[in-house]
Ligand binder design. Structure first.
Ligand SMILES: Cc1cc2nc3c(=O)[nH]c(=O)nc-3n(C[C@H](O)[C@H](O)[C@H](O)COP(=O)(O)OP(=O)(O)OC[C@H]3O[C@@H](n4cnc5c(N)ncnc54)[C@H](O)[C@@H]3O)c2cc1C
Length: 400
């Protein structure tokens, strides 16, 4: 009897220990929630992908490490393609844009020549970037996506039938498929085998001022300064009411990007083309690497259960450094592919279709003009149709 009781006691303890172990390990291996698609990054790419999938009834989780609305480096313009593309996916965007702009001047690098392209309708809109991105996230949520801000994903595990995401705080989320929209230079993309995009040689540096002292024009004005390095490097100037910003997109060394920005700001102030001196801001500017057109050189944007979209996948226009429109475009294509994959028995085969789908539609838009810009520059200032074509290449990604 005593022996039998001891055996029962030992067995009971053994069962309890196994129980504790199962519970303890479940805390680390079981996810808090399970979704059809998880999307990491709630910038324009992630938010639009989330909206497209959620409105069609899929269980979508949109995660971002930031608190929204969040600010991000941006010159604050989008091309006129954007409202039409958002409308196509059911997003009414009229209130998301500040002002359309048509007053565009193209300058030569030494400001000795200028051309004024003409447009049938405004080529773009100014945007308040934090408000714009915030509005897209609201659309995704209104369509039914679950939004989880302040959640930084530290680790992705791609299992046999699903992806498990673990946040820095140890929360786990599980989804059948994954869209990685984590933006510029994403270490997460590298952690699951995508190549590093940190080797590109374009740098973007910005100087800006905001406030009553600016006294900018009542109608937005944009200037593009071509050939800063005699070739593809350019400056972008944006003036409107109480805001002025000057960007340099520099193809070359990082330090030269700052020097080019300082030189450009001095030249603009000297010629009274900007209403405030931006020298201090230019000196302090920290150039950021751009992934302009890097998508074209990537072998694949697909890995197990996963698509890489937006700037994380190098979807940025080479000519203008515009990233919002390509991010949204890649997201709409990805959403269609992800939907196909969700309803397919061979989801991985369905995902692979993303590579050819985006290339067919977007590659021409992203790449640099086929012609060497150096030979085009003199023509832009002597020939109105060439000025118009240069502007169309810049704002719409048309070939020259
Ligand atoms: C100086 C500068 C000026 C620019 N100006 C313009 C412009 O005027 N117009 C234009 O069209 N483009 C501009 N661009 C490019 C444009 O800003 C980007 O291409 C665009 O933001 C890409 O959108 P996205 O959704 O792919 O990524 P992002 O907008 O960068 O969003 C990525 C999101 O992922 C989140 N994230 C990253 N890692 C994690 C993680 N581990 N866990 C959770 N969340 C994570 C980030 O918090 C971020 O919110 C500019 C770029 C630069 C550098």
């Amino acid at each position: 009897m005593v022996l039998a009781g001891r055996v029962r006691g030992v067995t009971g303890w053994a069962f309890r220990l196994v129980g504790y172990w199962v519970l303890a390990s479940a805390r680390f291996t079981m996810s808090d929630e399970t979704y059809d698609v998880a999307i990491i990054g709630a910038g324009p790419a992630g938010a639009v992908a989330a909206h497209c999938l959620a409105k069609n009834g899929h269980r979508v989780l949109l995660l971002d490490r930031a608190v929204f609305p969040r600010s991000t480096a941006c010159s604050g313009w989008v091309s006129a393609h954007v409202p039409a593309m958002l409308k196509d996916v059911g997003i009414e965007s009229a209130k998301m844009f500040d002002q359309p702009f048509s007053d565009v001047v193209i300058h030569s690098a030494d400001f000795s020549k200028a051309a004024k392209p003409t447009f049938e309708s405004p080529p773009g809109y100014l945007v308040d970037r934090a408000a714009f991105d915030g509005a897209l996230v609201k659309c995704a949520v209104a369509s039914g996506a679950a939004f989880q801000p302040e959640t930084e994903i530290a680790r992705i595990h791609l299992g046999e039938s699903s992806a498990t995401l673990t946040s820095r705080e140890g929360r786990a989320f599980e989804s059948r498929l994954l869209a990685l929209a984590s933006g510029r230079m994403s270490p997460l993309a590298e952690s699951i085998g995508f190549p590093s995009l940190s080797g590109g040689s374009r740098w973007v540096a910005t100087a800006s001022a905001e406030g009553k002292q600016v006294k900018g024009p009542k109608v937005p004005r944009v200037a593009i300064v071509l050939g800063l390095d005699g070739a593809s490097s350019f400056g972008f100037v944006r003036l409107y009411k109480d805001h002025v910003s000057v960007d340099v997109a520099w193809d070359g060394d990082k330090a030269d990007a700052t020097r080019a920005l300082i030189g450009l700001c001095k030249a603009l102030t000297g010629r009274k083309l900007i209403p405030v001196d931006l020298l201090d801001s230019a000196v302090k500017a920290e150039p950021m690497r751009s992934t302009a057109a890097a998508a074209i050189d990537m072998d694949t944007h697909v890995c197990k259960h996963t698509l890489l979209i937006g700037e994380a996948g190098g979807f940025v226009s080479a000519v203008s450094n515009e990233g919002i429109y390509p991010a949204i475009w890649s997201a709409t294509i990805a959403a269609e592919v992800l939907e196909d994959a969700l309803s397919s028995q061979h989801s991985q085969d369905a995902l692979i279709a993303f590579n050819s789908a985006w290339r067919m539609k977007m590659a021409e838009h992203l790449r640099s003009p086929h012609t060497d810009v150096r030979f085009l520059l003199p023509l832009v200032f002597s020939n109105q149709p060439m000025a118009n074509r240069m502007a169309a290449a810049f704002f719409f990604g048309d070939n020259i």
